[in-house]
Design a protein around this ligand. Structure first.
Ligand SMILES: Nc1ncnc2c1ncn2[C@@H]1O[C@H](COP(=O)(O)OP(=O)(O)OP(=O)(O)O)[C@@H](O)[C@H]1O
Length: 228
């Protein structure tokens, strides 16, 4: 991935949520941690243009997220905090196929791509199930399948292990670590981000630390230990 934030600032209703920052993301797996409301999701949402910077610019693999919005958006796939809201069509198989609609592929190719991605995540048996019939872990894998079928170069996940039991959490963690795609993971699950290549600590709209996961997590703990 090659993402650049250049003098980027975000204000919502006059309140500065992201203070001016310059940041380059080009590792394979990047984690974003920080307190609730610190600005993590806002930062990530600028990568697909869902949030537009109030000042400065963001480029994703060379495409400006405002001036070349479609191309920039095509570089990344997003898994939002509540994956059940992400599955639109009733049956998982149909929902995954929907992601391929814009490519206008022959029906056979769509079917083959859907089956291949279901196989990749070992969830072929869930293809004809409805989103509300899936467990939390199954939903996360289903959301991953519907996003990755579109072959984004970068995958952005917002709290992918939130509300999962230990077994499903471990399954999602293993999946993240074996994905060939570049990933950006926002998480409060410090064990999960400890296994990534680089971690950013966001604090009150600023990057308070950026580097090797162990060091950044240590800094985060030190900032908040014994303060409640
Ligand atoms: N669309 C919006 N309009 C106004 N304020 C917003 C909007 N989106 C986010 N905010 C505010 O911006 C700040 C940062 O929010 P953000 O969702 O980026 O935090 P976060 O670090 O992802 O938090 P959490 O860990 O709780 O998900 C918060 O104070 C939030 O209330």
């Amino acid at each position: 991935m090659d993402i650049h934030f250049e003098k980027v600032e975000v204000r919502f209703e006059g309140r500065t949520v992201i203070h001016p920052l310059d940041l380059a993301l080009n590792g394979r797996r990047v984690g974003i941690i920080g307190l609730n409301g610190s600005g993590k999701t806002t930062l990530a949402r600028m990568i697909n243009g869902l949030v537009k910077p109030s000042a400065g610019r963001v480029t994703v693999n060379g495409f400006d997220t405002v001036e070349r919005q479609d191309e920039a958006r095509g570089q990344s796939g997003f898994i939002f905090q509540n994956p059940q809201n992400q599955i639109i069509l009733p049956l998982l198989r149909e929902d995954i196929a929907l992601g391929l609609k814009s490519r206008k592929l022959p029906k056979q190719e769509v079917t083959a791509a859907v089956e291949a991605i279901l196989d990749r995540f070992g969830i072929g048996h869930l293809g004809d199930r409805r989103a509300h019939e899936l467990s939390g872990g199954e939903l996360q894998l289903a959301a991953l399948a519907s996003v990755l079928v579109t072959e984004p170069k970068i995958l952005v996940m917002d709290e992918p292990t939130n509300q999962l039991d230990l077994k499903n959490r471990n399954l999602v963690e293993r999946t993240i670590h074996t994905l060939p795609e570049d990933v950006i993971v926002i998480s409060h699950d410090l064990d999960l981000v400890a296994g990534l290549d680089r971690v950013l600590l966001v604090h009150e709209g600023r990057i308070a630390a950026d580097g090797e996961p162990g060091e950044v997590i240590g800094q985060y703990r030190a900032m908040h230990e014994g303060k409640d």
